[in-house]
Write a protein that binds this ligand. Structure first.
Ligand code: BG6
Length: 513
């Protein structure tokens, strides 16, 4: 009985949120308008916010509360997905929206903010509970934490104080450690919430439900039955006005160091004894620490960097990465990254995990394909892609993260008619048709969890550092590349040829998602 287990966090079941204020630094930015405020409005629509609640936007621009409300109204109308805009609800929601102009580098701004939070706390009945959200340039994280700390705003004497930061957590291994030291000067680890929005996706959370809520799959979930795993996160868009950021980041840092290694950990981690924040995070961290770290001389054989060049997609010309705004014409940034990883433990020894991600791929799709071993001895002929072959196609389980959300299992079936010929077919589960409800956006889930004080779906410093240990040697080797190798794939394709060659070295091919 869950109620008898002293280690279970009762809040996970009751989900009762205390009144609080969310302060968003970077209130004029893209994330605030596209994701954060629409997610909070949606939570209000579902009546999931506490009765005492307020949002305070902070940025350098001078705006009145009403100006900010007007801007956020436009954003919610534009970016709210699959939900109606309700005027009455908006009026109620907007009464809890405030704005304070301030400069993160200026101590006086934090003093002013502190006074404003006291006043709003009294007006809205939020007590002293405040969730700070840093939706700013990463270079502002340490100064913002210091500003808050020095003004006494991180002290938890009148209520809880929490700080959410967005990835990237450091630009490399060294700066990730430096950031940690800077944050910890003013906040305890328990106050820090490092967001990785992939962990908030329903379909990623469902991987744990699928694995640990269904005893039939877990016995197969190991090196004895699984041949290899492919994780694909393809985007059809380019850098969309984020050239300056992306040029510094690149695909490996932007997607693999955080989101995709977390997805891989979710697929491979051991079950925790209880579903409680530190127990689950301990298992994830343990897994991330078990990933083999490539030696410098092994990096090039096991990783691939790509950058898209100009192309025509469906009759429309698309610029290459080097022609995008705010990108250097000789940029060496990877817009495609692929890597082979191994997990060094008893469950996974010798099973390759192939990860690839890229911008300007043929379509937007994120999925995980688990390829089981082939039959040991083939009795039947199989028709596959119109051709007759000797061996049955191996079973593949595909966990579909987005845009389609579901799970499908490929297996062989007898082709109707005379003779015994097999054909691959699939069994499908689809979220939409099975549950008939809209899946909440990752930011809704994660904001709610932070208000609840539930960090299960947030990353922890040890995980961040373990991921950097995996990625840093790759970055080091890549930075020594010659500058004439890019671009090496056309926009609208599945990346450079070397990505296929990387799998071919172990006798595998990328599945077409
Ligand atoms: C972000 C990256 O973290 O994730 C972006 O910075 C990327 O470059 C995005 O486009 C992908 O997120 P999603 O949820 O659309 O798969």
């Amino acid at each position: 009985m869950p109620g008898d287990n002293p280690f279970l966090d009762p809040q996970r079941f009751e989900r009762r949120i205390e009144p609080c204020i969310i302060v968003i630094f970077g209130a004029n930015g893209d994330l605030t308008k596209r994701k954060l405020v629409p997610a909070l409005y949606r939570l209000a629509y579902e009546r999931r916010l506490p009765p005492g609640f307020a949002i305070v936007g902070v940025s350098r621009t001078k705006l009145s509360d009403d100006d900010f409300r007007g801007k956020m109204r436009e954003s919610v109308q534009e970016f709210l997905e699959n939900s109606p805009f309700d005027e009455t609800l908006w009026q109620e929601f907007a009464r809890g929206l405030y704005y304070e102009s301030g400069d993160i580098g200026d101590a006086a701004s934090f003093e002013v903010l502190g006074k404003r939070l006291d006043a709003i706390g009294t007006e809205r009945g939020t007590g002293g509970n405040v969730l700070f959200y840093l939706s700013t340039q990463p270079s502002q994280y340490a100064p913002a934490a210091a500003g808050l700390g020095k003004a006494g705003l991180s002290k938890q004497d009148k209520g809880w104080r929490r700080l959410i930061i967005e990835k990237p957590f450091g630009h490399d291994q060294q700066s990730a450690k430096a950031l940690e030291v800077a944050l910890h000067q003013h906040f305890e680890e328990q106050q820090l919430y490092r967001i990785d929005h992939y962990l908030g996706k329903e379909t990623v959370q469902n991987i744990l439900a699928f694995r640990f809520g269904n005893p039939i799959f877990e016995p197969l979930w190991n090196r004895n039955y699984i041949n290899h795993v492919q994780i694909t996160a393809a985007e059809s868009i380019g850098v969309e006005g984020r050239g300056a950021y992306y040029q510094e980041a690149g695909a490996l840092r932007d997607m693999i160091q955080n989101h995709l290694l977390q997805v891989m950990a979710t697929v491979t981690m051991e079950p925790s004894a209880v579903f409680e924040s530190s127990a689950v995070r301990d298992e994830r961290a343990k897994l991330l620490r078990s990933i083999r770290i490539w030696k410098p001389e092994e990096v090039m054989q096991n990783t691939v960097a790509g950058q898209y060049g100009p192309a025509s997609i469906g009759g429309t010309s698309v610029p290459g990465f080097r022609q995008e705004a705010n990108v250097s014409p000789t940029s060496m940034t990877d817009t495609f990254a692929a890597a082979t990883f191994f997990v060094e433990n008893w469950r996974w020894a010798d099973v390759p995990f192939y990860i690839r991600t890229g911008k300007r791929m043929p379509k937007r799709v994120t999925d995980i394909a688990i390829r089981f071993n082939s039959v040991p001895h083939s009795l039947f002929k199989t028709i596959t892609d119109g051709e007759q072959v000797e061996t049955a196609r191996p079973n593949v389980l595909v966990l579909r993260i987005q845009p389609e959300e579901g799970i499908s299992l490929r297996f062989s079936s007898k082709q109707p008619g005379a003779g015994m010929t097999l054909r691959p077919v699939s069994m499908d589960f689809n979220y939409g048709s099975s549950f008939g409800v809209r899946t909440p956006a990752a930011y809704e889930t994660l904001l709610l969890d932070a208000m609840l004080g539930d960090a299960t779906l947030y990353t922890r410093q040890d995980m961040v550092e373990a991921s950097w240990s995996v990625v840093q040697p790759i970055l080091n080797e890549w930075s020594a590349r010659k500058d004439d190798v890019f671009p090496n794939y056309d926009a609208g394709t599945w990346g450079p040829k070397t990505s296929d060659e990387m799998l071919a070295r172990r006798g595998h091919t990328w599945r077409v998602p």
